[in-house]
Design a protein around this ligand. Sequence first.
Ligand code: IPM
Ligand code: MN
Length: 346
Amino acid sequence: SRSINLAVIPGDGIGQEVVAEGLKVLSAVLPQDVKLETQDYDFGAKRYHATGETLTDADLAQLKRHDAILLGAIGDPSVPSGVLERGFLLKLRFAFDHHVNLRPSKLLPGVSTPLAGQPEIDFVVVREGTEGPYTGNGGTIRKGTPHEVATEVSVNTAYGVERVVRDAFARAQARPRKKLTLVHKNNVLTFAGHLWTDTFNRVAQEFPEVGTDYLHVDAATIFLVTQPERFDVIVTDNLFGDIITDLAAAVSGGIGVAASGNINPGREFPSMFEPVHGSAPDIAGQGKADPTATVLSVALLLRHLGYDAEADRIDAAVAADLTERADKPARSTSEIGDAVASRVAG
Ligand code: IPM
Ligand code: MN
């Protein structure tokens, strides 16, 4: 019989509340014959204050045994900026080789956008997740002096670029519009830009059905606002991907509905699924957080594990819930979770 052995990391702030609803929906959608086992991990600010640790090698060994990881949010104002980001989130992405950072943007009916009208937004950003300026490859000299020099080197390997570009082509090929846009800045970042562009053009030969184009990242931000419907799949590096996916979330309903997957496509390591939003300490513990982004992240998780029908049911239930939401009074975190869970249960 089938089983899912899931690591659950609620984390800080609203992470706790939204993950509970994600699990509620997951239990409701799974058929009887699928055995769901979950194990909770207490990573986050509390553990950091208690032990000084963010994520140890022993933790990684534990996590590695799971089929996938569901993460709420990690971060708290009591922890200096960068400690949990580098020590937990990025460490996990690097250790588990999450080189495909998948961030879909779909403007669902009933969801408001700051853009005029209700444009057709349905694209997915394939953000490289293990290279670029995120590798921590840099340094400072003459620190604290007026002559300080800081470098933050963007690392781009042929291997790393090709595998994420290939993944993006395969995803584009599987979508009805079959269109892939490379976003970079090859007019200025010539070394990395040419590696990306040459790799993209070479791999394109193997996907003749996929229409391709190229945009500089600055131009891409304009089109994301003025013509978001032109995008189908976007592939880009780690930092450009970080920035444009926040913009993408903003135009397609906000971070309340933005889901993401940190994916290791070869399944050598467990992939991790998380809402794009953070721990929102200002509203934590009040039942005000929208669990929709986490619920949609659960759908991505199911799709990654091959439960496509169940993922489709969650997506449909969320779409229906959002459509009806406009005419209803505001609901609490758990009320939204209950509503979606009862829809997916049929
Ligand atoms: C994200 C976040 C992270 C990133 C931070 C918290 C390290 O902004 O998941 O987009 O930059 O990747
Ligand atoms: Mn970000």
